[in-house]
Design a protein around this ligand. Structure first.
Ligand code: SF4
Length: 303
């Protein structure tokens, strides 16, 4: 469902190039963001007006608004706002066990849209802790939905840290400790931090768990940066994978900006020295938003 392929379009002096991998992850609805959306759509069509989601299905408000307006799905902040007996879609970032227990108690019909990559991390946490290991879970933000759903699979034995905190971390028993990551961290920053950690603790087991959708999009930004003067990342401010794309884009030294939608573009970014613009969308950004951004960039006259 994501935009893919690369092309040039010339409007005045400006060229716009789309990254070779961009937009929704999940291979057209099989898993990930596009899979979660497909499951929510199907649930809404089978149970009109009865489908609820606690929080965001995926981290993009345009998707939330569209599912509300076009499919009648109700987004609520807390599980106790979901009426007993209705249908609940678990978001792509998954849910902790106590959430699922409450769903059972409320007799909800649960549609689980957890991404398989997140489910795999949940399983790993349970396996490591039941084997007597301590888990250090590296998250983009300790309150991120995925960090909560994965780290709370067990009631003890998991310490959540950010990538920035890793270098100062003292690990008392490295032989009995495993390091695991959120799926959407920065590939380059994670490699750097883990190389330093492994040097400090050679016996430590380090299990990076970045998903392919994340690493592919980050590689695509690096490639795109070689070919354009400026980079635009299309994604919601609360989308971890989109924020990492901006970090990777910025690390290339090219001017880079993030926008949630076309209206956020500032013509002042596109000075006379900018002839080509590279655009990439985060894994939760819908195609129509990306297309609107591309179309608007093409209208900017930078002469
Ligand atoms: S970004 Fe990765 S982990 Fe997140 S939904 Fe997509 S495939 Fe799954």
């Amino acid at each position: 469902m994501g935009l893919s392929g690369s092309y040039y379009n010339s409007i005045k002096a400006m060229q716009v190039r789309l990254a070779r991998v961009s937009g929704f992850c999940g291979d057209g609805g099989k898993f990930g963001v596009s899979g979660a959306i497909r499951l929510a759509q199907e649930a809404a069509l089978s149970n009109p007006g009865q489908v609820y989601i606690v929080g965001d299905l995926v981290h993009n408000t345009h998707v939330t608004d569209w599912l509300t307006d076009s499919y009648g799905i109700k987004f609520v902040k807390k599980l106790d706002q979901v009426p007993d007996g209705s249908t609940l879609v678990i978001k792509a970032h998954g849910a902790p066990p106590d959430f699922c227990t409450t769903c059972e108690a409320k007799n909800l019909h649960v549609v689980d849209a957890t991404c398989p990559m997140v489910k795999a991390a949940q399983n790993l946490v349970r396996q490591f802790v039941s084997a007597g290991k301590k888990v250090i879970y590296v998250a983009s933000d300790k309150k991120h939905d995925e960090a909560i759903s994965v780290s709370q699979q067990v009631d003890h034995g998991v310490k959540v840290v950010t990538l920035d905190e890793l270098s100062a971390l003292e690990i008392k028993n490295p032989l009995e400790t495993v390091v695991l990551t959120q799926t959407t961290l920065s590939m380059l920053e994670t490699q750097k931090a883990f190389a330093a950690l492994q040097k400090k603790y050679p016996e430590l087991a380090i299990r990076p768990h970045l998903c392919q959708a994340t690493t592919e999009r980050q590689r695509a930004v690096l490639e795109l940066a070689d070919e354009v003067d400026l980079l635009v990342v299309v994604g919601a401010p609360h989308s971890s994978n989109s924020r990492r794309l901006l970090e990777v884009a910025t690390s290339t030294g090219k001017p880079a900006y993030a926008v949630d939608e076309a209206e956020d573009l500032d013509p002042a970014w596109f000075g006379a020295q900018i002839d080509s613009v590279g655009v990439i969308a985060g894994a939760s950004t819908p195609e129509w938003i990306t297309q609107a951004v591309v179309a608007k960039i093409k209208t900017i006259n930078n002469e």
